[in-house]
Design a protein around this ligand. Structure first.
Ligand SMILES: [Zn+2]
Length: 369
């Protein structure tokens, strides 16, 4: 379904995995490379200069990926899975399934990204030292660095990693610094209050960024300020929603009127039936009327595309969990984040209805609007 806040992440190419975490690159990333080549050509740069600059950008993004792995692998140690790491033109995003709620864990996860860039900068410094080129880092030489030859590559890379650390440690959501600040505050006051304070501080910093950016004509800085400002507001809403959801149970939102489909039903007939319902998942029953699995509209559509003669039993999923209606909604969300896209809701050996991610999502939209 669209309407997901992550819809913008859909057009990303898979490039590889490490420690079960897939790394993807968003197609708009190509625009940066094209932009560099384009401006290089129009400025009359040599092929060599353009090649060095493109190589430089790709290397920076490797550093960004390593930064994101700093977060993701640390989160993994706390038992939190990462959906994927996506590279966007504005930087990287490690999409953690959920954020650690223990302040200490959140602090460590947030800090481990920038720590990676500090480590890279130190390694580059040692490399320059061993090459006897440490003087390239003096303020006078830094001003003369350029992409004319490979000489400037390492010092520029070192400086970029320092910039990455400074930029990410700005204490405003969704920057790592904002998370560090929130975690520190959470240790004193509650998580919700900590988020509110951290958000306010972050927004004040954003206003300064925008002001400075506009005053000095640094429009990228102003734009970043605006972007952080709105992300901070969103983060606060999500925590407030989380707090509100804690009091809700499955009973508040499960579906009571979803028809069960028998596993011998042909997909064409099934399609006729589900068209009259707005649900995305349906329970499947066997010949004896026992629940034996679930099927999604997507599975039925894909099945029909493969072969018109398939039946529900050929495309449905056989893993079926039952959940008590008093289960906390946050727990239900975690369960539904796995392979089970739909669960039965039951009490006293009796099936009351069904629950899937879309139902919860719609419920959340109603609660939060
Ligand atoms: Zn980070």
């Amino acid at each position: 379904m669209p309407s997901s806040p992550f819809a913008m992440f859909e057009n990303a190419w898979y490039i590889g995995s490490f420690s079960h975490i897939p790394v993807k690159i968003h197609w708009t990333f190509l625009l940066i490379v094209l932009y560099v080549i384009g401006t290089g050509l129009s400025d009359g740069a040599t092929m060599m200069e353009i090649a060095i600059e493109v190589a430089f950008i790709l290397t920076i993004f490797v550093c960004v990926v390593l930064h994101e792995f700093g977060h993701a692998l640390t989160a993994q140690r706390f038992g939190i899975k990462t959906e994927d790491i996506i590279l966007l033109p504005i930087g990287g995003v490690a999409r953690l399934r959920n954020m650690p709620e223990k302040p200490m864990q959140e602090l460590i996860v947030a800090v481990m990204g920038p720590v990676v860039n500090v480590a890279i900068a130190i390694l580059l410094g040692l490399l320059l030292y061993s090459l006897g080129r440490l003087d390239q880092l003096s303020p006078e030489s830094l001003e003369q660095l350029s992409f004319e030859n490979w000489q400037s590559f390492l010092p520029l890379l070192l400086m970029s990693n320092v910039m990455l650390v400074l930029f990410n440690m700005i204490p405003a959501f969704p920057m790592d610094g904002g998370r560090v600040l929130r975690a520190l505050l959470s240790m004193g006051v509650g998580r919700l209050k900590a988020t509110r304070i951290a958000t306010l501080i972050g927004q004040a910093i954003c206003l300064v960024l925008v002001g400075v950016g506009l005053y000095y004509g640094a429009y990228t800085l102003a734009l970043i300020g605006v972007f952080i400002f709105f992300s901070a507001t969103q983060e606060y809403r999500s925590v407030a929603l989380d707090t509100a959801l804690k009091a809700k149970t499955v009973r508040d939102c499960y579906n009571k009127d979803v028809p069960a489909l028998t596993e011998f039903l042909g997909l064409t007939d099934a399609f006729e039936t589900i068209m009259h319902h707005r649900h995305s998942h349906f329970p499947v029953i066997n010949l004896y009327g026992q629940y034996c699995g679930w099927v999604s509209v997507l599975q039925i559509r894909e099945g029909l595309r493969r072969n018109q003669d398939l039946r529900i039993g050929d495309v449905c999923s056989r893993t079926l969990l039952t959940m008590h209606p008093d289960t906390a909604l946050t727990t239900a969300l975690n369960t539904l984040a796995g392979d089970a896209e739909m669960v039965l809701v039951g009490e006293n050996e009796q099936v009351l209805g069904t629950l899937d991610r879309d139902t919860i999502r719609q419920f959340i939209e109603r609660v939060s609007s």
